[in-house]
Design a protein around this ligand. Sequence first.
Ligand code: HAM
Length: 460
Amino acid sequence: MPRKKKIDENALQRAAIELPKLSKIPQLVKGMKDILPVDQPYWEHIRTTVRKMMNNYSFERIDTPILEDLSLYTHGIGKLTDIVEKEMYNFLDQGGNHLALRPEFTAGIARGFIEHGMGNWPQPVKLYTLGQLFRYEKPQEGRYRQHHQFNCEILGEAKPSADAQIILLAYKFLKGLGIHPVMHINSIGCVQCRGAYKDTLTEYYKSKRSHTCEDCKRRLTRNVLRLLDCKEEGCQPIKAKAPHIVDALCEGCKGHFEGLLYFIDEFEIPYEHNPYLVRGLDYYTRTVFEFYASQEGEEQVKLLALGGGGRYDNLIEMFGGLPTPACGFGIGLERVILTLKNIEQAGGITPIEKKRNIDIFVAQLGEQAKRKVMMIYEDLLTEGFNLAECFVKDSLKAQLEIANKLGVAFTLILGQKELIDGTIIIRNMEGGEQEVVDIKKLIPLLHKKLGHEGPLGKEG
Ligand code: HAM
């Protein structure tokens, strides 16, 4: 006895040295979120919907690394954007490389397009991705420091029909989830016509400079288009009289925008022309759009865009590739899920299946029965039944309680007696009646009871 105590003490001492206790309980990093089991049905449904839809429209999946070279974003998104100026997670690695956690997907996909010679693939190249992104933003509901996007891109096509397909996909995705999306759309022209418009806008704002907020004063010299993004009350009358970029579009950009709107009308996608929409990333040319939730029960996230995107005809060339027109969108999945929950809370319908569909619980009594039942469980899984178990519990009462909670149709019970007789009990959980059946006939019998189609179910 004393010897054993000594060994235990030594072990404890060793553990204390190897694992010193933390002075405080570890906590989530600010702005990050755990996705708990209760929310997984939303994520699962979204992933399945995305895969199915992308397959239907012949988009292929690409996964780019979470870490990229910092210059990809400073160069691609623009040095004077909020994302690059204030929101990037970047650091020097042990090798002295300046890296960044990806704040968005498009720049990484454009890099991949060049690096893997996708310009030589049949054009256009249609890609999608799903994953997490990082932006050091002020956390609030619907705005996190890690968020997830469903991102979709058509690379190598300049025609408005490509923009139209991108918009249709974003719309169909949201609509299919039970959301009522409305799109804000604008054209911000090409490098040529936008240059002239920027001069006109600068002239206009210069004369009003003293009446604008501090942010606007800063934007006037650094990123003039972003003046149109100002939400400050005092700046609104000035913004309302600002010249509109659509009035300054060149013939090519105007034709593209009109062509796109024809498609949008054909698809009957609800939209508003928002002359102030410019988006927060510098790579956009011509089309820009954002989707918002529009109906009752969707209020909470109404002011935050569910998704956004547009055309970026110069990005790949800017990275050193051949001229490659492209367009795409990113939809924020946390915001989509928030909207779905709001709809459900307001009594609306969404397609999220919350309960796992389990037909049969498998219970056991005794060690030998447990071993046999674990084999039966494997056979039933191979047959495609939806099963549940709790082999670690010995009490039948406790196992039946779990089966009840799961709402299964039948519980199979194997005890010592059944084991010897080569039988098993099928308990109907609704009425509580039980029948003892020959174990060899179990599978066809269960198929029949569950009304499964197929030779065994029909025969039985
Ligand atoms: P974005 O507008 O920056 O566009 O992001 C797209 C969507 O991601 C937003 O509409 C929003 O739903 C979600 N989102 C963005 N930041 C956060 C955040 N901090 N917390 C929660 N959700 C957020 C882009 O990222 C472009 N790369 C989209 C694109 C693809 N354009 C062309 N192709």
